[in-house]
Write a protein that binds this ligand. Structure first.
Ligand code: PLP
Length: 430
């Protein structure tokens, strides 16, 4: 495949943009490097790159794109918003309309607030939980990414009840001291951490269905216990639903698992592809937020008309009957097809799938937490990724990411993708 223009653009980008990219994973470091392909057009399930190569896209922009690229209903809503002026700094009725729409789909949200990214949404839920409880520490689960604010870029300590260490330069050790990281899907370490630090814990932050070391669902009873144990110590439970809100159902993962948190952070899909974040929860907690309460959070761009209009339009597409069945049906075909081909080529894989999102791990053991995901074959994934890209299939460049299907994907897309999988597996074993 000729990607000369991408190569030239990446060289130029490296001169002007740090690392050549505006978000690190786009630089392909997770798959042994290479030249990131520069796309110039997205339409439905397809991309065209700057050298006119066509791809079937399963990256879905890391999650937000669930209706396919340039969905006409969303595009038209964005056009209208743009024609009316994209930013006012005053309230608009779109904010009310969108807030009501999200609340009606996620019953635990008494009140919401719109922000500009998932990072902001999670960061603010933690601040609000701290304001509400008067406590400082949080517990999170290893391998779960919650954006790039200081408090959540902290790695696990050496044991479940030890404090974390910064995962990035520039984060003071004093901040990391407020974070305890425990393994997902295991109750004993969480219990131990709560026993040791319980009266200092403002919140336990969890992705109810993990999307960040691949798709990992909670074990039976895990989330119920997270709620019970946290509440027993007087802390709050925050769900990070930045990936999961509207991904598997019209609503959120909490509706699927049947356990409600005290607060929820959202992003990605709810912006219809434009920048967005949102958080919400119980009214007595949300009333901590300015201008009603002492926890400050603001934003020049927050609730901007373009993001609101795109988000409303996106949910209008998603609430149509059959949408999630379509995603699930194609997801099942993809899962089955990949598993069959892996088995016929003698390549051990584990596929974790929920609805239209799945992760293919190169391993023969089940993946239930971060350690399991880490212990999968990254080199095999890297060759798989590059070979699939060469064949016109655009995946996320990391063994920890998911494939995201969209309403625009078709059975024909799956057929073509499985052909590419088959010849890729043949190359990998040949
Ligand atoms: N939380 C989760 C679960 C995420 O997957 C992400 C982004 O990938 C974030 C938070 C941060 O969102 P954003 O990139 O919009 O800041």
């Amino acid at each position: 495949m000729n990607i000369h223009t991408s190569e030239t653009l990446f060289k130029e980008a490296e001169e002007h943009i740090v690392g050549g990219v505006n978000s690190p994973s786009r630089a392909y470091k997770g798959v042994g490097g290479g030249t990131p392909v520069y796309m110039k057009k997205g339409e439905g399930s397809r991309f065209i790159d700057v050298d006119d190569n066509e791809y079937i896209d399963f990256l879905g922009a890391y999650g937000p794109i669930i209706t396919g690229h340039a969905h006409p209903h969303i595009t038209s809503a964005i056009k209208t918003a743009a024609e009316n002026g994209v930013l006012y700094g005053t309230p608009t009725s779109l904010e009310n309309e969108f807030a009501k729409k999200i609340k009606s789909a996620i019953p635990s949200l008494d009140k919401v607030r719109f922000v500009n990214s998932g990072t902001e949404a999670v960061m603010t839920t933690i601040r609000v939980a701290r304001a509400y409880t008067g406590r400082n520490k949080i517990i999170k689960f290893s391998g779960c990414y919650h954006g790039h604010s200081d408090l959540v870029l902290v790695a696990a300590g050496s044991g479940p009840a030890t404090l974390g260490t910064p995962d990035s330069a520039g984060i003071p050790a004093s901040i990391a001291e407020d974070v305890i990281t425990v393994p997902f899907n295991e109750i004993a370490p969480l219990k131990e951490a709560l026993k040791r630090f319980g009266d200092e814990i403002a919140a336990v932050l969890v992705e109810p269905i993990v999307g960040n070391f691949g798709i990992v669902t909670p074990k039976e009873g895990f989330l119920e216990q997270v709620n019970d144990l946290t509440h027993e110590t007087g802390g709050l439970v925050i769900y990070d639903e930045v990936i999961t809100a509207f991904r598997f159902n019209y609503g959120s993962a909490q509706n699927l698992v049947g356990v409600e948190p005290d607060m929820t952070a959202m992003g990605k899909i709810i912006g219809g592809g434009l920048p967005i974040g949102a958080y919400g929860g119980r009214v007595d907690i949300m009333e901590q937020v300015a201008p009603l309460g002492p926890a400050y959070q603001a934003g020049t761009m927050a609730g901007n008309p373009a993001s609101m209009a795109a988000g409303i339009a996106c949910l209008e597409v998603l609430e149509k009957p059959g949408v999630y069945d379509h995603l699930d049906n194609l997801g099942a075909q993809l899962e089955k097809g990949i598993a069959e081909r892996a088995s016929s080529h003698g390549i051990p894989v584990q596929i974790n799938r929920l609805g239209g999102a799945l992760t293919v791990y190169f391993t023969d053991h089940p993946v239930e937490n971060y350690e399991d995901a880490e212990n999968t074959d990254g080199e095999k994934f890297a060759s798989f990724f590059h070979s699939m890209l060469e064949k016109g299939i655009n995946l996320a460049p990391s063994k920890f990411e998911a494939w995201f299907l969209t309403t625009a994907h078709t059975e024909e897309d799956i057929r073509i993708t499985l052909e590419a999988v088959d010849s890729t597996f043949a190359e990998m074993t040949g």
